[in-house]
Ligand binder design. Structure first.
Ligand code: APR
Length: 236
């Protein structure tokens, strides 16, 4: 493949695993520790808001104990040095891409460090807890919820993502199991548009058959290697 002009990167929980953040579907992962229906659905929130607010308060507070790894840092290097179009889409709600140096990150599933007001629907940066029902920074109503996209809800910026998938010539998926749509369908969208599709993952994912190439291994090794390849080819 010649030098890519336009790249779309999709990351999942696997890119943050080596930073000490549990993935969802691994043995002992988040979805073994908690019932999805209880902590990741609007119905669960309506049923037991304290359980849900506490779950995300804990995950938000735990961000202080983790740091970006070489995979996050390599993608920030690519963002700074790549002359073509680059869109970094993450399913992750942690802030490790930004702390790794990426300036332009599209969080399609929301962010732990953001609050969504169910009264005025405004999103506000949020670093503390929500369990004591603090007022919304915009409308002052005590109606905040975690700004995380739950099952059954529409992810953010889907139009922008699909436009980028239709025009990219390289799609790269990093650290995701391909178990959750619409993200799991991005490879087929990109492939249908003629893009080359590369997967970097610890193990084969549910969507591996759609990729032209799958490289197996830890993100902290595979991602810096791949970024070096792209940047050294650009320098030729
Ligand atoms: N390096 C690379 N890949 C890894 C690593 C690692 N160090 N550790 C784990 N992985 C891979 C696993 O092999 C698995 O395929 O990361 C993937 C993690 O899969 P999931 O736990 O299913 O997480 P993800 O794909 O991000 O989940 C998608 O599901 O629960 C919802 O909204 C949540 O955004 C999440 C979505």
């Amino acid at each position: 493949m010649g030098q890519p002009r336009s790249i779309v990167i999709l990351t999942g929980a696997g890119i943050s695993a080596e930073s000490g953040i549990d993935t969802f579907r691994s043995a002992g992962g988040l979805w073994e520790q908690h019932r999805v229906e209880d902590v990741a659905t609007p119905e669960g929130f309506a049923r037991n808001p304290n359980l849900v607010l506490n779950f995300y308060d804990m995950r938000r507070a735990a961000l202080a104990n983790v740091a970006p790894n070489p995979a996050h840092e390599a993608l920030a290097r690519l963002e700074r040095a790549f002359a073509g179009e680059l869109l970094l889409v993450t399913q992750n709600v942690d802030d490790l891409h930004e702390r790794g140096g990426s300036a332009r990150v599209l969080h399609m599933h929301g962010e732990l460090k953001s609050a969504l007001c169910t009264a005025c629907e405004m999103r506000s940066p949020w670093h503390g807890s929500m369990i004591d029902r603090p007022p919304c920074p915009v409308c002052r109503a005590p109606m905040l919820r975690p700004d995380v996209v739950w099952f059954g809800e529409m992810p953010y910026e889907m139009g922008r993502i699909y436009r980028a998938l239709e025009s990219c010539d390289l799609f790269v998926s990093i650290g995701t199991s391909g178990a959750v749509y619409p993200a799991a369908g991005f490879v087929q969208e990109a492939r249908a548009a003629g893009a080359r599709c590369l997967e970097l993952n610890l193990e084969r994912s549910e969507g591996s058959r759609f990729f032209h190439e799958t490289r197996l291994g830890p993100a902290s090794v595979l991602v810096p290697e791949w970024v070096e390849e792209v940047l050294s080819r650009a320098a030729e």
